[in-house]
Design a binder for this molecule. Structure first.
Ligand code: F6R
Length: 597
């Protein structure tokens, strides 16, 4: 979603830092971009709807200016046009904003009653106008920020500067990430350290309700009028910068990262028994809370706990969990799953659980992200930077972590037997060895065209194959824009089968030996109605003659099967999007890190 970058320091660097920072934030998904800087005695704002290259065409990279801010906007209030793009200037203040101001109407009315006029549809313009008004009243920026933060409701990361004060960047934060990048004779601000990591590896994380004043040599953070002592963090080396390495897009590259990511992940957690782990013996309930693909990884986790530990796990979308009564107590472990660690709904739930003093554990990729700081225990996914909006290696490492947690859980409860350990070791070796051949095998699908002009694609499966169906279907629709949906295989005949007609593509995933025959019956039902059936099954299963296409995956054992089985579907989605000549890494309307509700 929206991205922020700000800089104060060397005049010859400012524009370069802003544009490079915005490029690094592009992966988050956006629909307009802009910058503001000081030049020729005034604030200049340049903005464009569309991708960053549209903005870059109108920016002089050699321009000298000591202060600047930049933004990529993912539209919330008002369409994605130039007027609504950030930065927004009101009076003498110019600002960029991530988040949503919930009492915008009330504040706007108050300002309109004083005769203030607005040109955009955005909540950000209202925020800046309110701050500007407060500054006129208090004649002091610190007091103006304090007052504004008391009155504004909602979420915000704000960076702004003032036309008569080129020596300071002013920042405010609530419920949306904001960091100060610490340099020598220069300072950075960003919503994500990727924006400035090329320039400095030292940063300060702001917490909610904090605000700051930054000059090129120093930064000061406050809360409720008092100075807050903050720690300077150093970037973790596992968060290395990623590039395409010769692949045509990040999604393709990141699918190919999976074997290495998983090898390193399993080795790390097997060898590193010093990471902080809950006392797994004390819980009588697990709840998993997540969104999107992370939720699908959680569904695999639930299925693993049911089948191997005979332990019931509840799973909820974070956007639902946050509005329902929390049926958890001190003997519940709540597991939050999130690649970014910044997903607004997931963060909200984690805050609620923290307030209730219930134990929480995060499966998260981004080091020091909000979620990792809110939860009691953290299992880092160690997947490296994921830049394609559609998650692939992130999802795979989340599933892998559920296997790792299941093993630690059962060991702690003395239920992990020698035979399970053997299954684990053999399965893991098989799965890792099978990865590369599997990637090669599914690099090409001769039947892609049969999906493209159809009104709907269906994915069906049972148990963990149903969880895989949900992820496979989401992956296809998000990058290819083909209509697709997933159903528990037995549910189709309770309504949805009415949509199946001649040549409707139905993907049946049947890798679970216990339910294979049942799923097979369901695919026969759709075949009898003319569906074009694509069966995914194990190389050890009998050849199924009745289907139209087969996606045969290596049998690596029940524990690890979900990890290998998703690979062909990730590659299929990439191939379909490529055939349709779509922007694979930045699908329309989608954002990498969903920081609004
Ligand atoms: C789909 C995808 C999304 C995310 C979801 C949660 O490919 O990436 O569905 O899984 O937005 O994001 P995180 O994991 O960052 O909380």
């Amino acid at each position: 979603m929206c991205g922020i970058v700000g800089y104060i320091g060397h005049p010859e660097k400012t524009i370069d830092v802003l544009l490079k920072g915005l490029e690094r934030l592009e992966y988050r998904g956006y629909d307009s971009a802009g910058i503001a800087y000081f030049k020729d005695g005034q604030i200049n704002v340049l903005k464009k709807a569309g991708k960053l290259n549209c903005l870059e065409e109108i920016v002089d990279r050699n321009m000298l200016t000591e202060i600047g801010i930049g933004h990529t906007r993912w539209a919330t209030h008002g369409e994605a046009n130039e007027i609504n793009a950030h930065p927004h200037k009101y009076g003498k203040i110019v600002a960029v904003h991530n988040g949503i101001i919930e009492n915008m109407d009330e504040l706007k009315k108050e300002l309109e009653d004083k005769g203030k006029k607005f040109i955009s549809d955005t909540d950000t313009e209202v925020f800046v106008a309110f701050l500007n008004d407060a500054l006129e009243k208090y004649q002091d920026m610190k007091q103006a920020m304090e007052y504004t933060m008391k009155r504004v409701k909602g979420s915000y990361a704000i960076v702004c500067f003032h036309e008569d004060d080129l020596e300071h960047l002013y920042i405010m934060k609530k419920d949306s990430p904001l960091l100060i990048g610490v340099g020598k004779g220069e300072m950075y601000v960003a919503s994500d350290y990727q924006a400035f990591r090329e320039f400095t590896n030292q940063y300060v994380l702001l917490d909610d309700f904090e605000y700051g004043i930054i000059d090129k040599n120093a930064w000061h953070v406050y809360k409720d009028g008092k100075v807050v002592e903050k720690k300077i963090e150093v970037l973790d080396e596992q968060d290395s910068l990623s590039n395409k390495e010769g692949y045509d897009c990040y999604m393709h590259k990141e699918i190919y990262d999976i074997p290495n990511v998983l090898t390193n992940l399993f080795t790390f957690y097997e060898e590193n028994d010093t990471h902080s782990v809950p006392d797994y013996r004390k819980y009588n309930k697990i709840q998993i809370v997540a969104c999107g693909s992370a939720y699908h990884a959680g569904c695999i986790g639930k299925s693993l706990f049911a089948h191997f530990a005979q332990f019931p796990v509840e799973i909820e979308y974070a956007s639902e969990y946050r509005y329902q009564p929390i049926l958890a107590d001190q003997n519940t472990l709540v597991i939050f799953v999130s690649q970014s660690g910044e997903t607004a709904d997931t963060i909200h739930c984690a805050k609620k659980i923290k307030e209730m003093q219930i134990d929480s554990l995060a499966i998260v990729n981004v080091y020091n992200s909000t979620l990792s700081r809110l939860t009691d225990y953290v299992y880092y996914m160690r997947a490296g930077e994921e830049r394609a909006v559609a998650t692939t290696k992130g999802y795979s490492s989340q599933v892998a972590l559920f296997i790792i947690i299941l093993r630690e859980w059962m060991k702690a409860r003395n239920t992990w037997t020698a035979s399970l350990e053997q299954q684990y070791q053999e399965g893991k070796t098989k799965m890792l060895q099978a990865m590369e051949p599997c990637l090669k095998k599914f690099e090409h699908f001769s039947w892609i065209k049969k999906l493209i002009d159809k009104p709907a694609n269906f994915f069906i499966g049972r148990q963990s194959d149903y969880a895989l169906s949900m992820e496979a279907s989401l992956k296809l629709k998000e990058v290819s824009y083909l209509n697709s949906s997933a159903y528990a295989a037995g549910e189709l005949k309770h309504g949805t089968i009415s949509l199946v007609e001649e040549k409707t593509p139905v993907f049946a995933i049947a890798t679970d030996k216990n339910t294979y025959e049942k799923t097979k019956s369901n695919l026969m039902e759709v075949k009898a109605r003319g569906a074009y059936v694509i069966l995914t099954t194990l190389d050890t299963a009998e050849e199924e003659k009745e289907v139209d296409e087969r996606m045969i995956v290596p049998d690596v054992g029940a524990l690890f099967q979900p990890i290998i089985t998703i690979i062909p579907f990730q590659l299929l989605s990439y191939q379909v999007a490529k055939a349709l000549q779509l922007d694979i890494d930045h699908p329309r309307n989608l954002a990498k890190s969903v920081t609004v509700e």
